[in-house]
Design a protein around this ligand. Structure first.
Ligand SMILES: C[S@@+](CC[C@H](N)C(=O)[O-])C[C@H]1O[C@@H](n2cnc3c(N)ncnc32)[C@H](O)[C@@H]1O
Length: 289
């Protein structure tokens, strides 16, 4: 099963969920990873002070509203119609114009002019693209000279630290197990058995997350180069959603796990390369032609 993300996010329960996510921090309800992520974005905006901002894939609009309240000139769009409606409802509640959000597609935005924006934000969005490079290039076109693209990605290296079936898949790939001779394959299988003990490992389909939604993971060690080729200079990488131990420990004592995770959150801690499931890249448009 493979679901397009905007269809998944169009469901009522995900729409409501996205308003709730940013309300008071309650470790008993959920881990507030999105709150941490928003904090990173707000700090970067404070640093760069862009004039006109677009929030691509704005969801229920709660981050947009938080940024608007800090005095920024921000607009947002989403491809899920119900998200746009929810964002308009939330804008109204906060006494802002409902015209701040509209319907559009970040893979190919039609309602944002080229070279017209100082900063584009992608909070939990662009990794849902069918064609990631095209999406990023299309954002770049919308930016003015020296404009900024700030967006979050899912961390591929986190698979090493989860010590589960994802670790097995990751190691199989980097060790190129398929190319090994038979005996060694067997030895390796024995050695890595414990990673797949809990669940019978079904070969996971590439780029499908645990909710069945199509989404990509990225390597924070290579992202700077990848973005440079697309005409973006990555000036910072910031980690969030730290895991102090492999995720299975969350089943033993959820509250304790979340409390120590929260204490560990430090966007510039190098351990984020392995222990954080997400990261934010802060890029500037550079000339490529
Ligand atoms: C994980 S949610 C994040 C929402 C919001 N940015 C936040 O941080 O609360 C991802 C959002 O991206 C939207 N989305 C997915 N594909 C899209 C596309 N091609 N164009 C615009 N929005 C899209 C979804 O509908 C959803 O609202």
């Amino acid at each position: 099963m493979k679901i397009d993300s905007f269809k998944f996010f169009n469901h009522e329960y995900t729409v409501d969920g996205y308003t709730e996510l940013y309300k008071k921090i309650r470790f008993d309800l959920r881990y507030p990873a999105n709150v941490k992520r928003l904090e990173i974005f707000k700090n970067l905006l404070k640093k760069h002070k862009p004039k006109k901002i677009i929030d691509a894939g704005c969801g229920a609009g709660m981050p947009l509203i938080a940024i608007k309240k800090r005095g920024f000139n921000i607009f947002g769009y989403d491809k899920a119609k119900n998200m746009v409606l929810e964002a308009q409802k939330n804008l109204k509640k906060n006494k802002f114009s409902t015209n701040l959000v509209f319907y559009d597609d970040f893979e190919n935005p039609k309602n944002v002019k080229n070279n017209s924006v100082d900063c584009i934000l992608g909070m939990g969005t662009f990794f849902y693209s069918k064609n990631f490079k095209k999406t990023i290039l299309n954002q770049r076109h919308k930016l003015k000279k020296n404009g900024r693209l700030i967006f979050s990605l899912r961390n591929r290296l986190f698979d090493v630290a989860t010590l589960n079936d994802y670790t097995k898949l990751f190691l199989d790939e980097i060790y190129e197990i398929n190319l090994l001779k038979k005996q060694w394959k067997k030895k390796y299988k024995n050695l890595t058995k414990s990673f797949t003990e809990r669940k019978k490992i079904k070969l996971k389909k590439k780029n499908i997350d645990d909710k069945g939604v199509y989404s990509l993971v990225h390597n924070p060690l290579t992202i700077t180069n990848e973005l440079f080729k697309l005409g973006l200079k990555c000036e910072g990488i910031y980690f969030y959603h730290f895991h102090p131990l492999p995720p299975v420990f969350e089943n033993f004592d959820q509250l304790y796990y979340r409390e120590i995770s929260w204490k560990m959150e430090n966007p510039t801690d190098w351990r984020g390369f392995l222990l954080a499931s997400g990261f934010v890249v802060d890029c500037k448009k550079i000339l490529i032609d």
